[in-house]
Design a protein around this ligand. Sequence first.
Ligand SMILES: Cc1cc2nc3c(=O)[nH]c(=O)nc-3n(C[C@H](O)[C@H](O)[C@H](O)COP(=O)(O)OP(=O)(O)OC[C@H]3O[C@@H](n4cnc5c(N)ncnc54)[C@H](O)[C@@H]3O)c2cc1C
Length: 397
Amino acid sequence: MYDYVIVGGGIIGLSTAWQLQQRNPDSSILVLEKESAVARHQTGRNSGVIHAGIYYAPGSLKARFCKEGAAATLEFCRDNGISYEQCGKLIVATNEIEHERMLELYERALENELDVELLTAAELRNREPNIVGTAAIFLKSTGITDYPAICKTMARKLSEMGGETRLDCEVTDIVETPDKITVELADGSQIESKFLVACGGLMADRLALMQGIDISFQVIPYRGEYYRLPAEMNNIVSHLIYPVPDPELPFLGIHLTRMIDGSVTVGPNALQGWKREGYGRVNISLSDISSMVRFSGFWHALRGNYKSGFQELWNSCWKPGYLKQVQKYCPSISHADLSPHETGLRATAVLKDGTLVQDFLFEQTARSLHVCSAPSPAATSAIPISRHICDRILGAQ
Ligand SMILES: Cc1cc2nc3c(=O)[nH]c(=O)nc-3n(C[C@H](O)[C@H](O)[C@H](O)COP(=O)(O)OP(=O)(O)OC[C@H]3O[C@@H](n4cnc5c(N)ncnc54)[C@H](O)[C@@H]3O)c2cc1C
């Protein structure tokens, strides 16, 4: 009988296991991951950005976790020899509407007590000769890192303290009784524990349903397709370049990201996904589609975002449309410069009324805690989110 079983070897599961083991050195902790390596899904298929926390409402948990998470991530990287770079980020306005929105964002950054500067068009050009805009916000502390390396290090540190991570172990059933919680694995074996923490990302709702928890959301996958620039363009920018986000849309817009391996990616877009954990160009799962179309929230979300959804689909199929979005602020990038790069899939919890959950969402029972929604910037915020999870678990026991 384990003290804790954690389902999911992404950054939330591993950070939670590592912190629980630190706080309870004598407890037995087991992480179960269905893939043959950790960080195979959202954590290993993202932009690799350590966000500063400019976008979130001042005083919100998301703003606080992001700011604390950025500092904690940098410290973890420094302490463990993991690559990172604080290259800074520019949010570039290219027209009057974006300029207005940028100024509002700047006010928010000040309220969130971030180290920011407003740049004029000339100052922007000085910093980034290949970028054009009417003005920009310069966020000095934003950085980049290698999240899979962070996960591997957390798994190693967990094992050094006596914890265990088992790969190729898919959880297929969870049964809670008053005195224990039993998980069944795909090979038919069973594991018992006193408490379970589920951090299943794109499968979060299915893990909760397996346990018979009455949830009011479904995870809908949104694809994030990227392109990569050729190696000779790795120095096209020295900061991360973001557009000013449209407040009506839940995602940040196509950005130019310097990756920790020195390459530069363009993306991601935000497209309806038709298969959870399906990353190829054409990916369809009849069972995933069937559960989506039977869920009212899917149709409400589709109706609410059909214009932007159609635009995203068009731009995904028609490269010049995708290109136009980045040429707005970086005109020297051409069609021939874009080669395909790994796609990511965002686990977006959608409520029955079609609301896309932008915050963390937890479900708790006497012997379990399910992380139902851990949206971006949850890679940045993973350490404080997991601290919060540990507080909740230890407080409840
Ligand atoms: C395109 C994209 C770009 C992003 N960019 C950034 C960024 O730049 N910065 C940032 O901070 N955040 C970013 N994010 C968000 C961030 O990556 C995620 O919020 C974070 O990685 C979530 O981590 P997780 O551990 O909850 O999920 P995941 O990393 O998806 O891990 C869940 C794990 O659970 C496992 N699992 C599921 N079901 C089972 C089962 N039945 N049995 C065993 N194991 C199971 C899965 O195999 C998986 O390994 C981005 C996300 C995407 C998709």
